[in-house]
Design a protein around this ligand. Structure first.
Ligand code: ARG
Ligand code: ZN
Ligand code: CA
Length: 261
């Protein structure tokens, strides 16, 4: 039986009110559609171990005071201009100043970012929980930051996002936010992502290569189509059974926070 957890998102769009970073409602909706396709294993995975994570996302309908939003899921923030911003700008002040209650919303900050970064996430806080190997930060920086030009979908790709224009950056970052590691374990062939059904990989992959980076003790090629690699958006189509199990463990056990209605 499928037991879906639906997580309300608020997109904090950092903009001066003009320009491509000021994403319209259609683009935001396209991104949520892509998340829901990817997290339900509807992206055409070719792997037997692919899985429906039973996580879905929706646009927040009300603000923190319970007032209906004019634009569901969108909070336009104009007080900081249109950037570009650094990770430090977000983590030391802008996140905390704009975050909505992280027990009720998945906070996604959308902005022009400097330094070629597509996005980044904060792991869930697993204090008091052994074995998950995640270690999140404080509640007031909980959420993910995404480059505006990466927001979109396969059906509605962002015109400014190059090979990262189809919404998979948020699929990837939400994966971290739900406790998933990179498939190369951020180490090498000796470091795992704590998921047995994602083959060992030595490093991040780019593009969409055919590669087997860890030939000792591992006969499977790298799962470059996994959302937790660094390959092109058009290459990605898979979360696995073990990744899905990990997400469920996080949702069941981590003190985040999310009180799902
Ligand atoms: N944090 C990664 C980066 O900034 C995200 C990679 C997302 N990959 C993608 N195909 N959209 O590089
Ligand atoms: Zn990552
Ligand atoms: Ca693995």
């Amino acid at each position: 039986q499928r037991v879906v957890r639906t997580i309300p998102i608020i997109f904090h769009v950092f903009t001066d009110g003009l320009g491509a970073e000021n994403l319209d409602e259609l683009t935001i909706q396209a991104q949520v559609d892509q998340l829901n396709i990817d997290y339900a294993d509807l992206a055409g995975s070719t792997y037997a171990v692919s899985a429906d994570t039973e996580i879905q996302f929706c646009l927040a309908q009300v603000n923190e005071s319970g007032i209906q939003l004019d634009e569901p899921g969108i909070n336009r923030v104009t007080s900081y201009g249109d950037g570009p911003f650094t990770r430090n700008d977000f983590d030391t002040s802008m996140k905390a100043a704009t975050q909505w209650d992280p027990t009720k919303y998945f906070n996604v900050w959308v902005a022009d970012l400097s330094g070629g970064i597509l996005g980044y996430a904060q792991f869930p806080d697993n204090s008091g929980l052994d074995g998950l190997n995640v270690d999140g930060g404080p509640a007031n920086t909980d959420g993910v930051v995404v480059l505006y030009s990466s927001v979109g979908s396969i059906a509605n790709p962002n015109p400014n996002g190059g090979q990262y224009n189809a919404g998979r950056t948020l699929t990837h970052e939400a994966g971290h936010w739900l406790g998933l590691r990179h498939i190369w374990g951020d180490g090498g062939c000796n470091v795992d992502d704590y998921c047995d059904d994602t083959p060992l990989a030595g490093d991040a992959n780019y593009g969409c290569p055919n590669v087997d980076s860890c030939v000792f003790g591992n006969t499977d090629p790298d799962m470059v189509e996994n959302y937790m690699d660094y390959t092109d958006d058009s290459c990605m189509h898979t979360f696995t059974v073990d990744q899905s199990t990990r997400i469920a463990a996080v949702m069941d056990n981590c003190p985040r926070r999310m009180e799902l209605a």
